[in-house]
Design a protein around this ligand. Structure first.
Ligand code: MLT
Length: 265
């Protein structure tokens, strides 16, 4: 069996990949883990393994709060591939999952057979982006996840999804509200700290499929196009009728693009 490892976005969990797990072509199986701290996964299975401190995370986390770096999350995925995939895997990451996938490529290229980068970008955060993360971390600290979910859902999903597919909005809201505030703060700090992966793109000598929702307002189609254009073997597919969570908003188109890509490997 060949394996696709699906890496979820922020602040979601592995359940976001349900439609894709159910639509993989014959001969392929999928693994969709909860990244540490998300879904059912504990933040730190080993005491002290997750570092803390404001000198990491560009001041998004406080000195006593954890920081989930993209490198740490990528190393967790590497352990999973080594243990369960039986060889290099196709790695499919959406948004934060894409940051983790790019970090996995840099740290463990021998485990990556091909990449699917969905609704994501190679660049690091701008100063304004970091400031927004500081504000979200403060809201998580003071008020928990409900106000964050209320603010995020309309920016994540296309208006068409919100109006016509309330079950998708409910699923996204449930994942956000179910994420512990400490995980949210830790991941915000890790994303704020992530390196700019632009310089790695030319080294990506495996096939890469870039996907983006046509109405993605967070990583818009022009960001995806610029990403695909800088890859030696990049191919772009725009998912119609979808915003930032393109795999849930138009699962049929997302899975069709994925299946077509897997057939080329
Ligand atoms: C995501 O969906 O994972 C987030 O938009 C990533 C981010 O906040 O940069």
């Amino acid at each position: 069996m060949d394996t696709v490892v699906f890496i979820h976005g922020f602040p979601f969990d592995g359940s976001m990949w349900g439609p894709q797990l159910g639509a993989l072509p014959g001969g392929w199986r999928g693994l969709a883990p909860d990244l540490r701290g998300f879904g059912a996964a504990p933040l730190s299975p080993v005491d002290g393994e997750v570092p803390s401190g404001t000198d990491l995370g560009r001041g998004v986390a406080r000195a006593d709060e954890p920081v989930l770096s993209m490198e740490l999350l990528a190393d967790d995925v590497a352990v999973l591939i080594e243990r369960d995939a039986g060889g290099p895997a196709v790695v499919c990451g959406l948004s934060m999952g894409g940051y983790v996938a790019l970090s996995l490529w840099r740290r463990h290229p021998e485990l990556v057979r091909a990449l699917v980068l969905a609704d994501t970008r190679a660049e690091g955060d701008t100063d304004q982006g970091v400031e927004n993360r500081r504000r979200m971390a403060q809201t998580a600290r003071e008020s928990g996840m409900a106000p964050i979910a209320r603010a995020m859902v309309p920016t994540l999903l296309s208006t068409g999804t919100v109006e016509a597919r309330p079950e998708v909005a409910d699923h996204v809201e449930r994942m956000i509200v179910g994420t512990p505030p400490l995980t949210v703060i830790a991941a915000l700090a890790g994303m704020a700290d992530r390196r700019d992966a632009s310089g790695d793109l030319a080294t990506l000598d495996v096939p890469v499929l870039v996907l983006v929702g046509e109405a993605d307002g967070i990583t818009p189609p022009e960001v995806a196009r610029s990403l695909a254009d800088r890859l030696p073997h990049g191919r772009l597919v725009v998912i119609p009728g979808a915003g930032h969570v393109s795999n849930l908003e138009n699962p049929a188109a997302f899975s069709a693009a994925l299946t077509g890509f897997l057939a080329t490997l």
